[in-house]
Design a protein around this ligand. Structure first.
Ligand code: SF4
Length: 451
């Protein structure tokens, strides 16, 4: 691609933000494969032409347009969008128009670099004359990923609720995969089954998502879980249970983390990765928490106008969080016990865990708020090991590691840091084998969390 190396900050206001998705193709980057596909199906149900982009095929382009100092997910997603656009141009020729697409890249206002991805990618797109009109659709944690402005206002709430539901169901499908695969009768049968099940659930979300017919969607999931149970060989004894925390993109993206879950399974583990819904709940919880703090401050200052404003926010974020936790609980109540799928931690409880020993503060934000207490809880619940998966130099995950490591003797559980970038670390597999050896010892001495 020819680049003019144009750097313009004006376009950050005009071509990054919330844009109507009417008559445009909404491009969703692939993080966890199932989650991306169910989200796209939900959007399609609402009449939005949504598509999940291929991932990792454009890594060379991502490397070409980054300096190497950026976070690894930024490099991968940059490559994904450039590769997709390149292929679209080849496919459509003269008919190609970048204005026909909205590229989805959310952001966070937290202290790390996630808020910079879409700005950086904007600069790259602006430097490419045939892509400078491609808009970046950005949702932000600032307003709890509000979807206002994307579709007609009267459908925003339904789309948000169906989208959240798709995230929870995708988490369950992922957990079903990790629950069955270590015990499958036929090698490879679980992967094929889950891929097929994902497409079945895409159909279910396209059909039932817009009407919020969640029970019908769960009926289909229930059938899938029953079928999945048949793949399990009951003669295979229970294996050490490994909890996974870390940076959401790399721990969920099998290419980025070099398929670490499969590697842990190869050395005899069963893995539970932190969910995506946990992060969604955290963003709502954090907004509610901020609104409460602001309300208390305005009350002390007797600023009644501000108090009213913050009360409104408390009500809005509070009901959103209540809805999400209620909906998530209902899904797990119905499905989790059928095959022993591990439930999520409640975010409010995780904050209490942090407070117990003054380990870290939600005031500082980031995923460290979830990872640090998540590790403590895995240890208390009877997991046999914890892995922290993150991009090389990731700020929140490095904080997690520095706080957790001194506690390992007290927690009495094997722990492993696994930072990733595009290179292959020669000692990685040896480290994982050693970790799994320790996890087996822990399992032999203590048993494991009951399913
Ligand atoms: S969470 Fe880590 S990888 Fe993601 S933007 Fe922040 S520092 Fe980078």
């Amino acid at each position: 691609m020819e680049s003019k190396k144009v750097v313009s900050f004006k376009s950050l206001n005009k071509t990054v933000g919330k844009f109507s998705l009417k008559e445009r193709t909404f491009l969703i980057p692939q993080m966890n494969r199932i989650g991306g596909h169910l989200l796209a199906a939900t959007f399609r149900g609402f009449g939005i032409q949504a598509k999940v982009m291929d991932t990792y095929k454009g890594l060379d382009l991502g490397k070409e347009y980054t300096s190497g100092k950026e976070c690894y997910p930024c490099q991968i997603t940059t490559g994904d969008i450039l590769y997709f656009m390149k292929k679209e141009k080849e496919r459509l020729g003269e008919a190609f128009d970048p204005d026909d697409y909205i590229y989805f890249m959310p952001e966070s206002s937290g202290p790390c670099r996630f808020g910079m991805y879409n700005k950086y990618q904007r600069i790259i797109l602006d430097s490419l004359p045939d892509l400078n009109r491609l808009k970046i659709g950005s949702l932000t944690t600032d307003d709890g990923y509000s979807l206002s402005g994307l579709i007609d206002s009267e459908r925003v709430s339904d789309l948000r609720r169906s989208s959240y539901f798709s995230v929870v169901v995708a988490d369950i499908l992922d957990r079903l995969l990790w629950r069955i695969r270590p015990y499958e009768r036929e090698p490879g049968s679980t992967d094929a089954f889950i891929e097929h099940s994902m497409h079945r659930m895409e159909d279910a979300f396209e059909k039932h998502g817009p009407g919020k017919k969640f029970d019908q969607i769960l009926d289909e999931m229930e059938i899938i879980i029953k079928e999945g149970k048949d793949l399990v060989d009951p003669a295979i004894p229970k294996k050490p249970l490994i909890g996974m925390v870390g940076e959401i993109y790399v721990r969920s993206h099998v290419h980025a983390n070099q398929d670490i879950i499969r590697l842990l399974e190869r050395y005899g583990g069963e893995v539970v990765n932190a969910s995506i819904a946990e992060w969604m709940n955290y963003t709502s919880y954090d907004r509610l928490r901020d609104a409460k703090i602001a309300f208390r401050l305005s009350m002390k200052q007797l600023r009644f106008g501000l108090m009213k404003e913050h009360l409104k926010k408390i009500f809005g974020y509070g009901s959103e969080l209540y809805y999400q936790e209620f909906r998530q609980k209902k899904v797990y109540d119905r499905l989790a016990a059928q095959i022993g799928i591990v439930r999520d931690h409640k975010v409010g409880h995780l904050e209490e865990v942090l407070r117990e020993n003054d380990l870290f503060s939600f005031d500082a934000g980031t995923e460290a708020c979830l990872s640090i207490p998540g590790i403590v809880e895995y240890a208390r619940e009877g997991f046999n090991g914890v892995v922290n998966v993150y991009p090389f130099t990731c700020m929140p995950s490095t904080i997690t590691s520095s706080i957790i490591k001194p506690m390992m003797e007290q927690l009495d559980i094997p722990y492993l840091d696994t930072p990733y970038d595009a290179s292959i670390q020669p000692g990685r597999e040896a480290a994982i084998r050693t970790f799994m050896y320790q996890a087996h010892q822990h399992f032999n001495q203590h048993g494991r969390k009951a399913a």
